[in-house]
Design a protein around this ligand. Structure first.
Ligand code: SF4
Length: 432
């Protein structure tokens, strides 16, 4: 989501004369769009500002702006602790950035803009076109979260759940496709909780997917990140009815232990999670799942950890993310006793070894077979291209007649844990 926000911030500031520079010392403005999910996120921001300060010691001071969730969480504290920062802007206020910059230039008074103002944000963003010109593009459709998992800062930094207008989303999608985008990834902290009501018509995530499925020249649709409790029947059925919806779902389970899920306040258990997967497999037998795992959550014992390993082996998750629990200030879990770090590191290694083995097995299955790849870009080597399979696996392949945006058939000749390698002779469809 921060990548999407950063691009949109750039779309905004470029209208008042800013452009990107690759040469740091040429910059007259630094904007750090920050993410509070990362461990020690706040300290990393101060370190980065420290580096800018050092480099500009003998040069004119640039305008320094911190935006995103760290700005939201730290607010005035940030301006007090690091006077080199001129402005903090929360993730729901960045649509005001141009006025804030112009105001700062006039008055030179530090600015703290951290209101939750999502409605106006999306109305303002609609006035500036999304200049994204990659083959695969994000669209934020929903922000915030009402679930309050005990380890997570999102409900505090991004605020309550808010869904964008259905028409705004479809308009943005059509514009992106007109500009060459072939894959759209719908984003939200709780993307499948999307719900929008307009003139007595109710829209859910499934309504957006069905509408996007009809857009000519759009090849692929994905969405992330979902909560198991919002995997409704209509959404599950999209995997049967909408051929452009890719058969890979990122559905974080976090732990394989019901006891830990309860301590996390996840509001679902393993039986319910497995029942969702069963339904998804029933509507699309090629369906695959990826997840996030938190290891060594407070009070996790050996049995709880083993339950997580068992779940991974049963489900066969691909492309998953795993982390050792680390407390986020202000969350209920932050005051709990932390487990021994050395033991936690060993657990994480064990879990990641299993995930990697599954990933490798999955990639091995492609060997000598053809798979559909959406070409994203040409590599520096003359005849090599980069693209992704339906399951998001990166593919590097050789081809003679190929352009970004095409769907091509690639014969897989070798593989690694993270990549597939191959050759393409047949274009499935020329869409570029
Ligand atoms: S559902 Fe996701 S975003 Fe919401 S609190 Fe839980 S982990 Fe955070």
């Amino acid at each position: 989501m921060n990548e999407y926000d950063s691009n949109r911030i750039y779309d905004l500031v470029s209208t008042i004369g800013f452009s990107k520079t690759e040469i740091k010392k040429n910059a007259d403005c630094f904007l750090l769009n920050t993410c509070h999910i990362r461990e020690k996120a706040t300290e990393k921001v101060y370190h980065e500002i420290g580096r800018v300060k050092k480099e500009f010691r003998n040069l004119q001071k640039p305008l320094v702006i911190v935006s995103g969730c760290v700005a939201q969480a730290e607010s005035n504290e940030m301006l007090k602790r690091e006077p080199y920062i001129d402005m903090v802007i929360g993730p729901q206020s960045y649509h005001k950035i141009n006025d804030l910059i112009l105001n700062y230039k006039r008055k030179k008074i530090k600015i703290n803009e951290t209101e939750f103002d999502v409605v106006k944000k999306f109305d303002e963003l609609e006035k500036i076109s999304n200049s994204q010109n990659k083959i695969s593009s994000f669209i934020t459709i929903q922000e915030g979260c009402d679930k309050f998992c005990n380890f997570c800062v999102v409900p505090y930094t991004r605020g309550p759940e808010f869904s964008r207008s259905f028409n705004q989303i479809i308009h943005e999608a059509k514009e992106l496709v007109k500009n060459g985008v072939r894959e759209i990834i719908l984003l939200g902290q709780n993307v499948n909780a999307y719900y929008f009501s307009d003139n007595d018509k109710n829209y859910k995530l499934s309504s957006i997917i069905k509408e996007l499925n009809n857009i000519k020249n759009l090849n692929r649709i994905r969405f992330m990140t979902s909560h198991p409790n919002d995997m409704s029947e209509d959404l599950i059925n999209c995997y049967r009815d909408c051929e452009k919806l890719m058969p890979l779902l990122h559905l974080p389970v976090q732990s394989g232990s019901d006891k830990i899920l309860q301590l996390m306040n996840r509001k679902h258990n393993i039986k319910q999670y497995l029942a969702i997967l069963e339904k998804l497999k029933n509507v699309n037998k090629n369906f695959k799942i990826s997840s996030d795992f938190i290891i060594s959550y407070p009070e996790e014992n050996e049995k709880d950890f083993q339950d997580t390993l068992n779940l991974i082996n049963t489900v066969g998750f691909i492309n998953s993310y795993s982390f050792i629990f680390s407390p986020r200030p202000g969350t209920p879990a932050a005051i709990k006793k932390i487990n021994d770090l050395e033991k936690s590191k060993k657990k994480l290694q064990k879990l990641q070894n299993i995930l990697e083995k599954i990933q490798l097995e999955n990639n091995k299955n492609y060997l000598s077979k053809y798979c559909e790849v959406l070409v994203e870009n040409k590599l520096k080597n003359d005849r090599k291209f980069f693209g992704r399979t339906k399951l998001m696996i990166p593919v590097i392949f050789e081809a003679n007649d190929c352009k970004p945006g095409m769907l091509v058939n690639v014969k897989i000749t070798s593989f690694s844990k993270n990549n597939l390698f191959g050759v393409s002779k047949i274009n499935i469809e020329k869409v570029a």
